[in-house]
Design a protein around this ligand. Structure first.
Ligand SMILES: NC(=O)c1ccc[n+]([C@@H]2O[C@H](COP(=O)([O-])OP(=O)(O)OC[C@H]3O[C@@H](n4cnc5c(N)ncnc54)[C@H](O)[C@@H]3O)[C@@H](O)[C@H]2O)c1
Length: 244
């Protein structure tokens, strides 16, 4: 069987690195995209064969198009895309500068939109069910947690993109789902004060944050044949925290 090709964005970050590792372990060839060359090199060093890093600012539509053209030239198509790059900008309403709102949407939403635009044509006509997994956030749904509104909105927009593309490409056998995690131990925790972080972790039912490898397992499940029949779903991962 020919090797499957996956693109993972934010591959230099905590969750991205774990997702890349799991997909390589599952036998896929993984191209990791990130704005940070240094972080990509760390991911590459920790994974080894099967991972290729590519530095790209995903908020730049032309740069994204170039990156996917290179991926197509090198690999001849694409089977899976994980839109994981993102951040949480922490100014609170109403004191959010317009530039910060633009950045938040650009990093979390526009980047995923551009990658989907490029990925779909590379996925067309490939065998099997091809997959897009968007890394959303519980912040789009839980209004007790600290998340600022521009972060929540960027992830809600992403989840609507998930549903639109799931419907649009169902008969092409391109499955699109979101995974929306709660507190997961990554460098992104650095945006929080110690107080907010401890409060958020103590609200987790298991008494601990989740690990990037736990999220990666769910992403890999969706990308595996077992995930073929799920599309248009937003899968909430939070140890049952928000069940009422
Ligand atoms: N950690 C959590 O608790 C948590 C919870 C819910 C959702 N998420 C989501 O998970 C995803 C991964 O976050 P993480 O926790 O691993 O954070 P992280 O900061 O460790 O990783 C994010 C990565 O995205 C990259 N990135 C940022 N802007 C970029 C750009 N313009 N172009 C290319 N790459 C860019 C960064 O360089 C970084 O390597 C994010 O979308 C985040 O919103 C995280």
């Amino acid at each position: 069987m020919p090797e499957k090709i996956a693109v993972v964005t934010g591959a230099g970050g905590g969750m991205g690195r774990a997702i890349c590792l799991k997909l390589v372990q599952d036998g896929l060839a993984v191209v990791g995209l990130d704005v940070s060359t240094e972080r990509l090199e760390q991911t590459s060093a920790s994974i080894g064969d099967g991972f290729h890093g590519m530095t790209v600012d995903l908020t730049d539509a032309a740069a994204v198009a170039n990156a996917f053209a290179t991926i197509n030239a090198q690999h001849g198509g694409l089977d899976a895309l994980v839109n994981n790059a993102g951040t949480c900008l922490m100014s609170d309403f109403p004191n959010i500068p317009a530039r910060e709102l633009d950045s938040q949407m650009a990093i979390n939403f526009n980047s995923a939109f551009y990658c989907c635009q490029q990925a779909i044509s590379l996925m067309m006509g490939r065998p099997g069910v091809r997959k897009i997994v968007n890394i959303s956030s519980n912040g789009a749904y839980n209004f007790d947690a600290f998340d600022p509104p521009h972060y929540r909105a960027s992830k809600a927009a992403m989840d609507t993109l998930t549903k639109d593309l799931a419907r649009r490409y169902a008969t092409e056998k391109i499955a699109v789902n979101s995974i929306a995690p709660a507190m997961t131990t990554t460098p992104l925790f650095d945006v929080l004060t110690d107080d907010v972080l401890q409060q958020a972790i103590s609200a987790m039912p298991h008494g601990r944050a989740m690990e990037p490898s736990e999220i990666a397992g769910w992403v890999a499940f969706l990308i595996s044949p077992a995930g073929d029949i799920s599309s248009g779903n937003v899968i909430i991962l939070n140890q049952g925290r928000d069940v009422r």
